[in-house]
Design a binder for this molecule. Structure first.
Ligand SMILES: *[C@@H]1O[C@H](CO)[C@@H](O)[C@H](O)[C@H]1NC(C)=O
Ligand SMILES: *[C@@H]1O[C@H](CO)[C@@H](O)[C@H](O)[C@H]1NC(C)=O
Ligand SMILES: *[C@@H]1O[C@H](CO)[C@@H](O)[C@H](O)[C@H]1NC(C)=O
Ligand SMILES: *[C@@H]1O[C@H](CO)[C@@H](O)[C@H](O)[C@H]1NC(C)=O
Length: 490
């Protein structure tokens, strides 16, 4: 029974690559037709891969007329660059789990942090880095609009709580859930509209309300009137009170951002084009269709930095550059594990072929027993802690020293705030953010030298940590700067 998942039960992954090939004939540009989106796309022989997959066609990539979001067709081969993780002995440093630190602060309503910002300060676009965990094939394959993204902590937290837990997943899957295999980083310039800046609608100084998007559609109908009044904006949902998810203990605030508001009441496939919107698209209180926040020419596919600045007018709230990314398999240690005589190639190779089966071919049963399985496991978490680190049974388990985590050590310690911080710092380092491993700073010095959000300038400290175990979550209070966002701590 324990070994009942035969390898033969894994479906073969290669079939995915064949899909849609017939639509894209080598060298014949218009055989890559993107009729649904109305965008131009072209055949790219380097596909499938990063940025490929326009309208689900693995060998097609979006470009456009020079007036469009994508600009002219990029030169072949000039696509997202992979950040080079530097060798650093600290990467092997301890991530071992420690006893969870109780977080006793009462949940509070989210404070606003825009007091004292003069309107002239607010009228300048600021730079911000945004992050996402996603499938490599989807990177920069679609404009980032009517969608949610995150701070780096938020992105890693999402994978840790929603994607990995082995005993909650289909055992015969052949990729991570949703094919997630990279962490992307985009540099963005943001200037929210007058309907938000300097008004009581502003959240954290310069953001609008967070809009939850699913396939391009805002999922909460109560938010439609807000979009009708405030138009296009970048919204934020900060986890400032540190009480956002009992499955993930954080001592540092994190945040999600929402982008866009172009035809937010319809999913991507139904919106039509910006020139010819579906007549059912949402209209503003002025009777016009919302335009969406991404400026015309707003995506610079040829470099990391955005090519232009947003004006803050309807239809032009943000711009951004091409992604850099790291592969999760590299960061989490899959490609450092052995599969036979050589290192594992990727998630699936590790799944089938990992050498250290005594350690990795194990998962938790619902009653907390450890079961040996016939495949290697990236991460699993004891059921007593999976639903809540705060549950007495979880605290008891952690105190007892019994195994609470299985799989790669990188993912150990989801109930341990220091381990969670350390993970984020390791990914930040891999993404090339200087100082991430040494000073807890997750924001690029390059951004600090550019215009940063005005609210940050009145924020009195960059995330400060008291290394004493007993006081992990005891900040000094006041305003705490985390990355590009100023959080007023409760
Ligand atoms: C979208 O909004 C328009 C205009 O308010 C409305 O007529 C239409 O029914 C909405 N569609 C959906 C799917 O909510
Ligand atoms: C609405 O659209 C009309 C026609 O394109 C334009 O003249 C007007 O300025 C728009 N109004 C707003 C508030 O955007
Ligand atoms: C597992 O290892 C075998 C032998 O080296 C190899 O042929 C196979 O492709 C590997 N499986 C995966 C999924 O990489
Ligand atoms: C860190 O926490 C310990 C224990 O609460 C306290 O004694 C110490 O003063 C704190 N250190 C700093 C730098 O805040």
């Amino acid at each position: 029974m324990l070994f009942s998942f035969a390898l033969a039960m894994f479906p073969h992954p290669a079939s995915v690559l064949v899909l849609g090939l017939g639509l894209c004939v080598s060298g014949v540009k218009d055989r890559c037709s993107c009729t649904k989106s109305g965008l131009e796309c072209f055949f790219d022989s380097t596909c499938p891969g990063l940025g490929c997959g326009a309208e689900g066609q693995p060998h097609c990539r979006y470009c456009g007329d020079p007036k469009g979001v994508y600009g002219a067709c990029p030169k072949l081969g000039v696509h997202a660059k992979q950040a080079k993780p530097q060798a650093d002995s600290e990467l092997t440093g301890s991530l071992a789990s420690a006893a969870a630190v109780a977080n006793t602060a009462e949940p509070k309503t989210v404070p606003k942090a825009n007091a004292g910002l003069s309107s002239s300060m607010l009228k300048k676009a600021f730079d911000i880095d945004v992050f996402r965990c996603m499938a490599a094939a989807g990177v920069d394959a679609h404009p980032m609009e009517d969608d949610d993204i995150a701070s780096l902590d938020g992105a890693i937290k999402y994978v840790h709580t929603e994607i990995l837990t082995e005993h909650l997943q289909n055992p015969i899957r052949d990729t991570r859930k949703y094919n997630i295999d990279v962490v992307t980083r985009h540099r963005m310039k943001v200037l929210n509209p007058d309907t938000i800046l300097g008004t009581p609608h502003a959240v954290q100084g310069e953001f609008g309300q967070f809009i939850t998007y699913d396939f391009g559609k805002a999922t909460n109908p109560d938010q439609m009137p807000i979009i009708q009044e405030q138009g296009d904006f970048v919204g934020i949902q900060p986890c400032t009170d540190l009480q956002c998810d009992p499955r993930y203990i954080a001592c540092k605030p994190y945040a999600w951002l929402s982008l866009g508001n172009w035809c937010p009441n319809l999913s991507w496939d139904k919106k039509g084009t910006k020139k010819k919107p579906n007549p059912h698209c949402l209209k503003t209180v002025h009777g016009n269709f919302t335009k969406g926040g991404l400026c015309e020419h707003g995506f610079n596919g040829n470099g990391f930095l955005p090519g232009s600045s947003p004006t803050g007018d309807p239809g032009c709230i943000y711009t951004y550059g091409a992604a850099t990314f790291v592969r999760l398999d590299d960061v989490v240690g899959i490609t450092s594990e052995y599969c036979g005589k050589s290192h594992c190639k990727d998630w699936l190779d590790f799944r089938f072929n990992c050498s250290n089966r005594e350690r990795y071919a194990r998962k938790f049963l619902p009653d907390g027993q450890i079961e040996k399985v016939s495949y290697c496991v990236e991460f699993d978490m004891h059921p007593a802690c999976e639903a809540s680190c705060e549950a007495p049974s979880c605290k008891g388990l952690l105190q007892s020293g019994a195994p609470a985590y299985l799989g790669l050590p990188f993912w150990y310690g989801r109930c341990d705030p220091r381990a969670n911080e350390r993970r984020v710092e390791i990914v930040a380092h891999a993404l090339g953010i200087p100082g991430a491993l040494h000073s807890h700073v997750l924001v690029d010095t390059d951004v600090l030298q550019r215009a940063c959000p005005p609210s940050i300038q009145s924020c009195n400290q960059e995330g400060v940590y008291n290394e004493s175990e007993s006081s992990r979550c005891s900040h000094t209070g006041g305003k705490l700067r985390v990355g590009h966002v100023c959080h007023q701590l409760p």
